[in-house]
Structures are given as C-alpha cells and as structure tokens.
Design a binder for this molecule. Sequence first.
Ligand code: TXA
Ligand code: MG
Length: 398
Amino acid sequence: MQSNEMIRNTSYWEVRDLETSTEALDEAAQILASGGTVAFPTETVYGLGADARSTSAVEQIFAAKGRPSDNPLIVHIADIADLDMLVFPYNSTARQLMDRFWPGPLTIVLPVRPGVISPRVTAGLSTVGVRMPAHDVALALIARAGCPVAAPSANRSGRPSPTLAAHVREDLAGRIDGIVDGGPTGVGVESTVVELIGDRVNVLRPGGVTVEALREVAAEVTIDPALTRTSDIAPSDAIAASSEQITDASRHAGDSALAQGTAEHAAPADDAGHTPRSPGMKYAHYAPRGTMSIVKGDAPGQVSAWIQAELDAASQRGERSGVLAFDEHIAAYRADVVVSCGSLHALEHAAQRLYAALREFDEQGVTFILAEACPEDGIGLAVMNRLVKAAGHRIIQL
Ligand code: TXA
Ligand code: MG
C-alpha cells in the first residue's frame, strides 16, 4: 500500500484523569463505535483499536500498520461479562487465570464462538486471544465504545512497540483516526499470551505476567518449544556479516541464523518442521533500523571488553555505533549512543525502557548496535525474547 493512500485527519486527546476527560473519551469511543481506528494506552504498550466485530474496521488496522494478514489480533474487553458472547465455555484453569491476572497483562487464547468477531481478527483460526487491560483509560474507552476492541500494538509493523503516545504519532499519524495520550505505559513489553491444552497452560509469548506467577496459579505451565529454540552464531560470522545489509549477511552466512534477520520475513521452520502455534512468533519484530546483535558470555568483563572492541572497530569503519547495556557495566562503554537498561537486578526497568531505547538508536542514526543479554528469570524472559527478535536472532555466544 502506498502511504499517500492513507492520509487521514488524526485527532489527538490528552487524557490524564478520567473525571476531567469525559468529552475526549466520548469522542474517541464514538469513533471506535462507528468503525474507526483509535490508538490508546494500556499497561503494556499502546494499542491500535477497532471494533472487533467489524471487518471493515479491523481491515483499517492491518492497512495502517502494514501488518501481515495471517497474524491474528488480541481482543480487549472491559468487563468479564463481555467474555461469554465471544468464546465457548472454558475450564476452571482459565477462570483461575482470569481471577488472578485480569485486569492485567495476560492474553488467554480460547475457542471462539463463530459469527461474533470478524474472521480478520482471528486470521481464520478457531480461537481468539482475549485480555482485559489494567489501565483505567483503556477500560473506560472500551466500556464507552460498547464493543469488543481488537488491538495490536500501535506501531508500524516490524517497528518497536510504542510506550509513549509520541511513538504512536511517529508511526501512525495520518493513517489512523485518533490517538488517546494517557502518558507512558507501565510494563513496557506486551502481554503474556497463553493457550490452554486441557489444564496445561502453554506460553506462546512471554510478557508482563511472568512464568513464575503463572505457576502460582496453574499446576502445569509450559513454554512453547518455538520460544526456546535458539540459534547462536559464532562471533566471527556475526560481526563479519552484521556490518553489511542483512540480506547480504544471509547470503554470506549461508543458511545460518542470520538468514532470519529480515523484518517481516518468516523464520524458517525448525528441523522437526514445527510451525509456530502463535502466528506472530514467526515474524521479526521490534527491529531498530541499525544492525543489532546480542552478546552473551559468562564473564561480564570479557563481554564488555569484546563489545567495546567491536564498537571501536565499527567506528573505524565509519559506522555510528550504539550499545544497550546494564547499569552495572555502563561505565565500560564508549560509543556514539550508550543506552542504559537500568540495573540487572531490576529487569522491570529494562522492560519499561527497551522499546524507547530501540527507537532512540533510530533517532540518532545508529547503524551498528550491540546489546548485553540478561538473565531469563521473571520479566527477563520477555525482555530477552524481544531483544532476540529486535536483533533478528543474531546472538553472539562468547
Ligand atoms: O500487550 C499487548 O498484548 C498489546 C496491547 C495493545 O494489548 N497487544 C499486542 O498485540 O501485543 P499484537 O497484535 O502486537 O500481538 C498479538 C500476539 C501475536 O503474537 C499473535 O500471533 C498472538 O498474540 N495471537 C493473537 N491471537 C492468537 C490466537 N488466536 N492464537 C495464537 N496466538 C494469537
Ligand atoms: Mg505487536
């Protein structure tokens, strides 16, 4: 789609507290109710909403984002009473998850009742992902709109998800009908997506609700095999390739992990030929424009020294260099752009800052980025999942 086909007047409302903003919320809700698209804050990231029942409304989401149509959308509700018309009766494990985590950053994939939601939302699947966001502006907007609201993250497809209304503007102004600015989001990474296989809770996307927290509620929690498949690459291959275009890199590196790096191209199926259960998992997301790699190693001093040497080499080649690192090591780095993720001991800050950091590299014109890895405990699992995707699966194991 040509971008000049999409010039629209994008309304903008600042909503900081509900009491003084009823008019703004009514206007935004009216747009949703009449089939338009409105971006709004949630506790995770900004979403781009449309009436989930209306195919023409939902098609505007895909057009505005440039999103592949086989990637289904999450449906947002404001009241648990609105769930039963969308999905078939569910088991007690599903109910316990809702009791414990809703409103909150958990999306539950459930069998969808036919004919209620547009098939464009489910991408033709027999299931739908549903969540109730823990954000008073989101809840008020959805309740006023009076419809289930389909909402992916409010970014152009492949770009980092928006954690500020300014990010939404950057990507979608002129392409959507409105933006409700509710300030910075809280969690910073998207919701955890789970499916139920009987009473087993299978995590399709790690996110704001940690696996550890799920285990407090459900007896059996698994992580979908598609998430744990790794494809580390040797340091020499990675750097040789990462200084060039990704497409060149994949040619040079044969069928190595680098071949997965192109945004919006499906990652290859694994050896066993598994296809991802959550269609979104196969797309490279969140990517900054520069070439990014993640560096892992057991000795922090060795990692820092290696990263610094590569940053220096990149500068010598005439690249603009960037590093994403934790407070514990940040003083070790000299680069054109040095961004902190906060402390390794408070990874919720890394989650909050990650997407803004990736956008910062773009703003500063950084072409070569190295990122430190973090432990995959708690919210660290979601942080690493997004970092790996942003890096197009380029992980350098020292
Ligand atoms: O935090 C969030 O979840 C944000 C905010 C706006 O709520 N939304 C969000 O939506 O991240 P989106 O569209 O960017 O990601 C939806 C993810 C995708 O990975 C998609 O494949 C998966 O959920 N998904 C949606 N419906 C599914 C289904 N029926 N079965 C399996 N996976 C599904
Ligand atoms: Mg998204």
